[in-house]
Design a protein around this ligand. Structure first.
Ligand code: ZN
Length: 129
C-alpha cells in the first residue's frame, strides 16, 4: 500500500505525494534522489524547449469529432511528456474556441431553416396542418 511522503514543507504541512517504493519520501523529497532529480529537472527543461508547434503535422479540423480525436491524442502526448504542457494548453484553448464556433454555426443554420419555414407559413406558401 502506498504511504504518504514524510517531507514537511516550510508551512508545516506534509507533502501530499505518495512515497516511492522502499522510501519514506516521494521522488522530489528523497534525499538519496537529489542527483537524479537534478538530472530529471534538467531533462525537463530541455524537453520544454524541444517541441516546436510549427513542426507539428496538420490535422483535419472540420467537425467536433475531429477535435475529440485530437484531444485524445494530445492528452496522451502530455501524459507521456511528448509535448510541452503549455503548448498543449494552447491547443486545448483553441480547440475550445473551435468547438464553440462550430456549435454557434450549427445553431445559426438551424435558425435560418426555422426562419425560412416561418416566412413560408406567413406568406401561405406552405400550410401547417
Ligand atoms: Zn514529497
Amino acid at each position: 500500500m502506498a504511504i504518504q511522503c514524510k517531507f514537511v514543507k516550510d508551512d508545516g504541512t506534509q507533502c501530499g505525494a505518495y512515497a516511492m517504493n522502499g522510501s519514506d519520501y516521494c521522488f522530489a523529497h528523497d534525499p538519496e534522489k537529489k542527483e537524479e532529480k537534478a538530472l530529471a529537472s534538467k531533462r525537463g527543461g530541455l524537453n520544454r524547449r524541444q517541441p516546436n508547434l510549427l513542426s507539428l503535422k496538420k490535422v483535419r479540423m472540420n467537425e467536433a469529432k475531429d477535435i475529440k480525436r485530437l484531444m485524445g491524442k494530445l492528452i496522451n502526448e502530455v501524459r507521456q511528456g511528448d509535448i510541452d504542457a503549455r503548448d498543449a494548453s494552447c491547443i486545448g484553448y483553441l480547440a475550445g474556441v473551435f468547438l464553440r464556433a462550430d456549435e454557434i454555426s450549427g445553431l445559426e443554420s438551424r435558425l435560418e431553416k426555422i426562419e425560412y419555414i416561418i416566412s413560408k407559413l406567413i406568406t401561405g406558401d406552405i400550410r401547417y396542418e
